[in-house]
Design a protein around this ligand. Structure first.
Ligand SMILES: Nc1ncnc2c1ncn2[C@@H]1O[C@H](COP(=O)(O)OP(=O)(O)OP(=O)(O)O)[C@@H](O)[C@H]1O
Ligand SMILES: [Mg+2]
Length: 353
């Protein structure tokens, strides 16, 4: 049986929607995934901030427009979430059937949460069965987000006339869309650098072992260039994309170059620190490869910089590599290889509807 779901990635600068048809249980289980439609729309500043939807009416208007122009055949959507306030903890819980474990989560993890368990959207993603002191334990990742933050996205989606049938952590979507084949046999770090958010996911043999959402991205460099050069944000954006890091510039652009270098160093250091933390907790399972996506990954020189800072090979990801791209979608995906992964991964989520 084939099911169709439209994954919706609500970023700070853009919303991206990917309609995916899964046959069987999807590509990981003998079935397949086909991308039947893909479309994006720019978001006005202020609609999304801090990784949350701030203006639900504004987002609803953009979504309506997007559905009308891209002619999606369906209204069933899965929405991504996750920002720096989302609690993501690697932990071990006593082994029990997953449904039971999920319903007992509010009691088991209440003390770890910065909010009351009632206000939290809780999930546990099991990755391995382990034995600790002779007792069976489930190792996995606890996800706890504020219900309020996720609710705003749902309100906007419903106001646009769409039917939300699921939500998922954007980091899981990143992994679902990109980690298969060779990368599912290794330890890979996926790093999606957005405008205000950077997702870091370390996957071992295809399973997430470590996830962090950093509250920074490419926008800090633009802001810094604008204030150093006293230019508008669009102008600063242009300078940033042209100058990047490590290029020679004339004296009139030195301030811009320094601003980019400083903010990018902070971002790369933060990413590297997550690798160091992961390595400290997972001896013997070091990261072998880094895969970068997101608009921020296109800053000229960034890939090389991250490679030398982390001493790891770095390459660009491709959000469409795991799906068959239907003929109808081939033009709309062009140029979005590094920007579509989250939407595609959300569209690939198996939902029982
Ligand atoms: N060629 C480029 N060079 C440098 N930076 C770029 C380039 N293209 C895009 N960017 C930067 O990428 C960022 C936007 O990335 P992306 O579209 O992945 O973010 P988003 O998904 O809208 O936001 P977020 O994920 O943070 O909510 C901006 O900061 C933009 O300046
Ligand atoms: Mg993004």
């Amino acid at each position: 049986m084939a099911t169709r779901v439209i994954g919706v990635d609500i970023g700070t600068t853009q919303v991206r929607a990917a309609e995916v048809e899964l046959s069987g249980k999807g590509p990981g289980a003998g079935g397949s995934a086909t991308l039947v439609n893909f479309a994006t729309a720019q978001l006005p500043a202020g609609v999304v901030g801090d990784g949350e939807v701030l203006d639900t009416a504004g987002l609803a208007a953009v979504l309506k427009q997007l559905w009308a122009s891209a002619k999606f055949s369906d209204k069933q959507v899965v929405v991504g979430f996750g920002n720096q306030r989302t609690v993501l903890r690697e932990l071990e819980l006593s082994s029990m059937p997953l449904a039971e474990l999920r319903s007992s989560l509010p009691f088991q993890v209440a003390e770890m949460l910065p909010m009351s368990a009632d206000e939290a959207l809780l999930d546990f993603y099991p990755t391995a069965e382990v034995e600790v002191d002779g007792a069976k334990q489930l190792r996995g990742i606890l996800v706890a987000a504020s219900k309020h933050a996720v609710a705003n996205a749902i309100v906007a989606v419903e106001a646009a006339g769409l039917r939300p049938i699921g939500v998922d952590l954007s980091a899981f979507a990143l992994l679902r869309a990109q980690v298969f084949g060779d990368w599912a046999q290794q330890v890979v770090a996926l790093v999606d650098i957005g405008a205000r958010t950077t997702n870091v996911v370390v996957a071992q043999n295809g399973m997430p072992r470590f996830i962090r959402v950093l509250p920074s991205g490419g926008a800090e460099a633009t802001d810094a260039v604008a204030s150093a050069m006293k230019v508008s944000l669009p102008e600063a954006e242009e300078y940033k994309r042209r100058i990047g890091i490590g290029t020679e510039v004339g004296p009139e652009y030195q301030l811009a170059k320094d601003a980019i270098a400083t903010t990018t160093k902070t971002l790369v250091d933060a990413v590297r620190n997550t690798f160091v933390y992961y390595a400290g907790n997972n001896p013997g399972a070091g990261i072998q490869h880094v895969v970068i996506t997101g608009g921020g990954s296109h800053l000229p020189g960034l890939g090389q910089y991250l490679a030398s800072a982390s001493r790891l090979p770095v390459s660009f990801g491709d959000g469409f590599s795991r799906v068959k791209v239907a003929k109808k979608a081939t033009t709309s995906v062009a140029g979005y290889e590094t920007l579509g992964a989250i939407a595609v991964g959300l569209g690939m989520m198996e939902v029982s509807s």
